[in-house]
Design a protein around this ligand. Structure first.
Ligand SMILES: Nc1ncnc2c1ncn2[C@@H]1O[C@H](COP(=O)(O)OP(=O)(O)OP(=O)(O)O)[C@@H](O)[C@H]1O
Ligand SMILES: O=P(O)(O)OC[C@H]1O[C@H](OP(=O)(O)OP(=O)(O)O)[C@H](O)[C@@H]1O
Ligand SMILES: O=C(O)c1cccnc1
Length: 506
């Protein structure tokens, strides 16, 4: 976990504007006002049809260690405005020194398939605290979900083959590498080459050897034989340093010597050239020499498109080593998750106003909030949101976002409306099977969630993917999984948009 790596307070791991806004709330005496924020993304990455939720374990670690240390506060005290005077007054820093998070947080467990506009995390608590969490939560969830999704895509194309994550050397810094290794394993990799990730996250570690090993000997045969003598129980030989097929013959020769000593040649690795042609030819040479059980590993800038193509070409590859394009999410370097204010505790004076604004039943406690935009996709959804996933024995049918406050009053919602086209509606009858996806993680600042181990999270990804229709999982123009708003929430949102637009034009 992040905090194991950086043994220090991470509370300053945020954008300055979160601290200046926190100061603003404190100064204007609204810091304790209860707010609700939702964290969600607007588009699946890689032009795909699904996303894998990941990063919650690090969120829990971050929040459990939250607190401004003396050094943090000393640093904040040095910050100045454009008049060279301190940005924050001392009493605010004293407030931060004593600050303990009391937020209640619900989230969708790691390893769940999720879709655009669904709240992955919902934070409820004093607005100052919710605000301070925006940047770290986005940082933690966006990257890990992105990499877990990439790995899940690789797993889909690799099918039953072994998938190794080789990315550390190309990762975005130390934490990029550590976090990517964790998320890649959760998404579907079988092991990583990253030894520290193996130790900290309990991920299996695997590896072969580099060209330098071969180059450090006078000839390739000597290099292979020596490697096999030193590590007879872990022999995967990289055969492409000089001439790949000649390298395979040298590996076979080493394999024969290994067999005489009761060991086996586990695999050879191809790292350049035409991987389809070379793997087919290498397979022939190995089989003819009686090494049918020796596997072929391939690496070299692989991604899901190349692996698909290699499989279509009949490549004889059993193990895929994927680095750069996995850990850097090469074709889409960020998931665009956002964190938006969705409700604010009502005060008596606002209650009346809000009732008038929304004309809604359950607005006594909350003023619902949303961000308007010229772009429909950027309009946020108000409410204390939950996601209800309807399913049957064949898999997932649709996800309905609803307002938990409305549920208390209206009972079970049954009509779901497509947010992009309100004429598209779907009814779910009362005995339709469902699961509510967000579960309690923190209650008044106290962690109430017991984290599943990483292997269980990894297994969850596969069961979740099995619940999706194949069309949603295809890479080219995937079928769009239905996600809609519960009718009451749709109406609330529509009323609020109309009201805000009216207000803005006055
Ligand atoms: N048969 C194939 N079909 C599709 N893509 C392939 C095939 N064989 C290799 N590739 C991919 O083609 C890309 C470029 O390979 P290229 O031939 O430039 O590498 P190379 O021969 O190893 O050169 P270098 O030594 O610079 O790495 C790599 O991403 C590799 O995975
Ligand atoms: O290609 P990736 O998916 O990132 O997988 C990791 C790469 O790292 C190693 O190469 P190295 O960096 O030593 O040099 P190379 O690219 O010249 O092989 C390995 O041989 C792979 O090619
Ligand atoms: O073990 C390997 O073969 C390996 C590890 C990291 C990067 N490339 C290859």
């Amino acid at each position: 976990m992040t905090n194991k790596l950086y043994d220090t307070s991470l509370s300053l791991l945020t954008d300055l504007y979160q601290v200046t806004m926190a100061y603003g709330y404190w100064k204007s005496k609204t810091a304790e006002k209860e707010a609700v924020f939702n964290l969600y993304f607007r588009k699946n990455p890689f032009n795909g049809g699904f996303t894998i939720a990941c990063g919650l374990a690090n969120v829990i670690g971050y929040i459990n260690h939250f607190g401004f240390s003396k050094k943090d506060l000393r640093y904040l005290r040095t910050l100045t405005g454009n008049d060279n005077k301190p940005l924050f007054e001392a009493a605010f820093l004293d407030y931060l020194a004593d600050l303990k998070l009391t937020c209640s947080i619900e989230a969708i467990p790691e390893g769940t398939v999720v879709f655009p506009n669904e709240p992955l995390v919902r934070v409820r608590g004093p607005i100052l605290q919710c605000q301070l969490l925006e940047t770290p939560l986005l940082n933690l969830i966006n990257f890990e979900s992105l990499i877990a999704t990439k790995a899940a895509r690789l797993r889909l194309v690799a099918e039953k083959d072994i998938l190794l994550e080789f990315g550390l050397r190309r990762a975005q810094g130390v934490d990029g590498g550590m976090t990517a290794s964790r998320a890649a394993y959760i998404g579907g990799c079988d092991a990583t080459s990253n030894v520290l990730a193996g130790k900290l996250h309990d991920i299996p570690v695997r590896g072969t050897h580099a060209h330098s090993w071969v180059m450090s000997f006078d000839d390739e045969q000597q290099a292979f034989d020596t490697y096999a003598q030193v590590l007879p129980n872990n022999v995967t030989l990289l055969v492409d340093t000089y001439d790949t097929l000649q390298g395979v013959r040298h590996a076979i020769e080493t394999g024969r010597k290994l067999e005489q000593q009761g060991h086996k040649l586990a695999a050879i690795r191809l790292d350049s050239g035409d991987l389809a042609y070379l793997s087919i030819e290498a397979r022939k040479l190995l089989d003819e020499a009686g090494f049918q059980r020796t596997s072929i590993v391939a690496s070299n800038d692989l991604d899901e498109t190349i692996i698909t193509s290699l499989k279509q070409q009949g490549a004889k590859i059993d193990i895929w080593g994927v680095g750069t394009k996995l850990v850097t999410a090469f074709d889409q370097p960020a998931l665009g998750g956002v964190y938006k204010l969705a409700a604010l505790q009502n005060e008596t004076s606002e209650e009346t106003t809000d009732r008038r604004v929304t004309g809604h039943r359950a607005t006594d406690r909350w003023s619902y909030k949303m961000k308007l935009s010229e772009q429909a996709i950027k309009i946020s959804t108000p409410g204390i949101q939950q996601v209800r996933r309807f399913q049957d024995e064949r898999g997932f049918l649709a996800d309905m976002i609803y307002n938990t406050e409305e549920m208390n009053e209206l009972g079970r919602p049954t009509t779901m409306i497509d947010p992009m086209d309100f004429t598209k509606r779907r009814r779910f009858d009362a005995n339709q099977q469902y699961e509510d996806l967000l579960v309690p993680i923190f209650l008044d600042g106290k962690c109430v969630y017991s984290l599943p181990d990483i292997h269980a999270v990894r297994a969850r990804v596969q069961t979740q993917l099995a619940g999706l229709h194949p069309g949603v999982k295809r890479f080219v123009n995937p079928h769009i999984y239905p996600v809609g708003l519960e009718k009451g929430l749709h109406e609330l949102k529509t009323e609020l948009i109309l009201k805000l637009r009216e207000g803005a034009s006055q």
